[in-house]
Design a binder for this molecule. Structure first.
Ligand SMILES: Cc1cc2nc3c(=O)[nH]c(=O)nc-3n(C[C@H](O)[C@H](O)[C@H](O)COP(=O)(O)O)c2cc1C
Length: 394
């Protein structure tokens, strides 16, 4: 059973986070909320928005704001998309379908993780909007090739290839919460970590009614079937995406390719040379290499390197509509939200995701009106002041 997510109970994304923490078992909440190692990058991704100062144009009347943007040739009614978030089905029954449905209803795109618990065909069918597929090479090229073909047939409109996951980052909270023991074969080892689930009966009822521990129906191992949940860390470690893989992916997919996980001008140029039509400036929400640049800080360098040859998107730390506005001012065509909607899903299922989208949309409209700009597409550097060091890159 979900929590109610309307106002005044939920006013901002932090409120959704608080409700998610209350409804989800510790291991599931921390899986969403946590980052790698000391969580420096996780915190900095959010904090860095404070360094950007808005420069409003006052006494400008804007009766209607236009939030639409065009991404990969497709009109989106909002300048933010829903990022790939693996294991969403653990947050709420049929979580990926619920999130995709909410995105489509709001006129934006949903990106389905390879590590999802719902079949890609069902997720596509759930949304009236565009859906992209996020690719990891778990299981190897043969497995990925079959999934890419399924995604093409199902009508996915872009492939987002994540390049920052050579191994899974060390999420210390997951270790402490017993994720490895919980997924391992030993009942004895699992036992000390079970009370956290019993303490969350609403979640537990939904989890059990949805079939219990999910597998990965979009990673189908020949002769075996869907990859079991327990195998994911080892499988990721054997599936680093390289530029050579990208050439293969391009030949197999043939549609637009988005490279997710770019933080430098050099990688941006390389990705474009390899055929990427869009880049996502991303550090995986601070879940991979800790100590890398906050994404907003890296954005001007990547925009400069792309030099109009590819669309530049950004994710990381988006918790308010003003964060979206700042990223657009610095040259992002649109942004992706991860935790902002994942908290909503964990707190309140599909309506929780819809509430997260509604909060960000209302924030953004208010921000646009207050800075005196009529449309998301018109936001540019002139609306912000940024530290000079951000603009000194080669
Ligand atoms: C719980 C969780 C699971 C994620 N799973 C994936 C994934 O399977 N594939 C991927 O490319 N990125 C994944 N990400 C990263 C997001 O796509 C995105 O880069 C990140 O969440 C953006 O930061 P934000 O959460 O601050 O918005 C995940 C993020 C979270 C929070």
């Amino acid at each position: 059973m979900p929590y109610a997510v309307d106002s005044p109970r939920v006013v901002n994304i932090s409120d959704l986070r608080r409700l998610a923490e209350r409804r989800l078992p510790r291991a599931v909440f921390d899986y969403i909320d946590g980052g790698a190692d000391a969580e420096l990058t996780l915190r900095e991704n959010c904090r860095v928005y404070d360094d950007v100062i808005l420069r409003p144009r006052n006494a400008v009347a804007i009766p209607e704001c236009d939030l639409h943007v065009t991404v990969l040739g497709r009109r989106l009614e909002l300048p933010f998309l829903l990022a790939p978030v693996g294991s969403s089905r653990m947050f709420y029954p049929r979580g990926e379908e619920a999130a995709a449905r909410a995105a489509g209803a709001a006129g934006t795109a949903y990106i389905l993780s390879t590590l999802s618990g719902c079949r890609l065909e069902d997720v596509k069918a759930a949304s009236i909007g565009p859906v992209w597929y996020q690719l990891y090479l778990v299981g190897g090229r043969e497995v990925a090739g079959a999934t890419i073909e399924r995604a093409r047939l199902a009508g996915f409109s872009a492939l987002a290839v994540t390049i920052d996951t050579a191994v899974s980052g060390l999420r210390e909270r997951d270790v402490r919460n017993g994720t490895k023991e919980l997924l391992g074969p030993s009942t004895w080892a699992r036992l000390p970590f079970l009370p956290q689930f019993l303490a969350r009966p609403r979640w537990l009822a939904g989890f059990l009614s949805d079939g219990g521990l999910m597998s990965f129906p979009n990673v189908v191992i020949p002769g075996q079937g869907p990859m079991p949940y327990a195998d994911v860390a080892a499988a990721l470690e054997q599936s680093t995406v390289s530029w050579a893989d990208l050439r293969w992916i391009r030949d197999v997919w043939r549609g637009p390719i988005v490279i997710k996980g770019v933080l430098t001008g050099d990688d941006a140029r390389r990705a474009i040379d390899e055929g990427a039509e869009a880049l996502v400036v991303s550090n995986h929400g601070g879940r991979q290499l800790d100590g890398v640049s906050a994404t907003l800080r890296a954005l001007p360098e990547v925009v400069g390197a792309a030099n109009g040859r590819a669309e530049v998107l950004l994710d990381g730390g988006i918790r308010r509509g003003s964060d979206v506005a700042k990223a657009l001012c610095l040259g992002a065509r649109a942004v992706l939200c991860g935790r902002a909607y994942a908290y909503g899903l964990g707190a309140g299922g599909g309506p929780g995701v819809a509430r997260a989208i509604q909060i960000l949309r209302a924030d953004l409209v208010r921000t646009l009106k207050l800075v005196g700009c009529a449309s998301a597409g018109e936001l540019d550097r002139s609306y912000v002041e940024v530290p000079a060091a951000w603009l000194q890159y080669k």
